[in-house]
Write a protein that binds this ligand. Sequence first.
Ligand SMILES: [Zn+2]
Length: 597
Amino acid sequence: MRVFQMKRIYGMIFVLLVLFSTAFAQSVHYDVFLDTQETHFFRVKMTIRNAPEETLNVAIPAWFGLYQIRDFAQYVQRVRAENENRQRISMTKIDKQTWQIIPGTSGTIQISYRVFGNDLSPFGTQLNTKHAFINPAMILFYLVNGRNRPVTITYHKPEKWKIITAADRMENRNASFKAGSYDELADNPVEIGNFTKRSFTSDGAVYDAAFYDYHKEFDLNRFTEMLKRIVHYETVQLMHDVPFKRYVFLFQLVDSHGSGMEHTNSCVISFNRARAHRDVFELSSLIAHEFFHAWNVKRIKPKTLFRYDWTKENYTRALWFAEGGTSYYAALTRERADFWTRRQLLDHFAKRITQEENDPGRFIQSPEMASFNAWFEKYPWYERPENSISYYRSGEILSFLLDLKMRLDTRNRFGLDDVMRTMNGLFAKRNIGYNDSRDVLAVMNSLTGKDYSDFFARYISGTERPPYEKIVGRAGLTLRKTLKELPDPEFTAERNFDKPFVVTTVENESPAQKAGLRINDRIVKINGKPTELYIRDSYKGMKKGDQVTLLIKRGSREELLSYKLKMTSKPSFSLQMQKKRSEFQMKLLNDWFEGKP
Ligand SMILES: [Zn+2]
């Protein structure tokens, strides 16, 4: 009887324990305080309930967004842990980004620290007196053994500041959000401040667009019209899919160059305010690119990027497809959604081929290897034209060639649009990652009934020159090569995304060198104007013997250098429609321009 009773009691305790452990599973809440704006420090409190009694490791990512190790732990200071009785718990830093705590008997522990952020860019984080822009992975610790647990967060902001993010808002809470995991929260950047906002609905989804630092530089109605055309084309017409209920565009107006960062249900895009003032439609390329990432790379994901390792490099050989393919669709979107004429689209691809053909890096690096080595892009030597290629550009050209080739091989029944839609069904909708180029190849082979292994081996894994002339020729286009006299800057320079250009080589005995230009000089202005996206564009329209002035910065000193321009001759390509096209070629090109079948 007693035994029996004991059993019953044990049984009840067991049931209670199970109930407790589900009701009080380990949970994480973050409080982010924005009250020390002048010093650009975020104060963060991480509360872990039902912490285990044994060791607990917390860490902050070494990278995020950019394929670059940036070690956000360097910005973290004053880390301390307390138990629920507000007693200090000792903690030890065990590697560059990880702290170890032994909570003891305490159920709840609170870790507090401050973290610096004063970089306004889609890959940055900034707190100042005007606003806060936050990429959560740059300021929040995660539980090393609990990244999959649900998390909640509260931003403690000045009352007048508004807040926008694609994360799920907690009921009746203005500045509190929830996510299924740390990684999901990290995928939702936040803008907090007095931004300007526009919203619209399209094909069953709500789109919110927030503009930071907008001062009526351009017509917002025209801008919204551009967004509508891009999202409608890419969701309904191209992908036949609206994979979200709400999507958020976070725009940052800046005086430097723009850049963009994609997320699952949002993107962050910075752009030059003067350029937007000139014509907002010029931004359609960047926006169409970032928005297309909502499929390509965020949902159609390479296997190796499916679950990030936040502590080190995550390698993929497929960025030529994930990034280059996305750039290809940005260009097609511009033409198919009527921002560009057909002529402009052809000129665009001819320009890309010209750039590729003049890039010495193509002899030593394949598009797959450029993808794999993306993590070296923060190093100026690696970024020199002779040492690497751009997987954006080579991938865009390869996508163009593969699209035409598939259409040619299938009597125009299938093209790259079908590859994207098929991969969306096979991988994104089943929530699995694809196996780099191998799965792209498999999808192309199965759609066409042909074997593209040879193409992949020679031009994607290999460094052979793709047969441009042959493929475009069969499709009814002519690729014409001419030698062009172009302004010769006499130096090369590289920059890390939106940072200033840094001179990497100066031609020996050149007028630029004689004028005093040196390696490592930073280029502030060329001919009185801020540098364009590519150095050569700053020389556009100049003639032999014209005076060049370079405003450079060496250390903290600025200097004005001046010399006479010389010219150089380089191969240049143009794409023309063939005069005599067969009916098939006419239909193929027409369908390609219009995004059919
Ligand atoms: Zn991209």
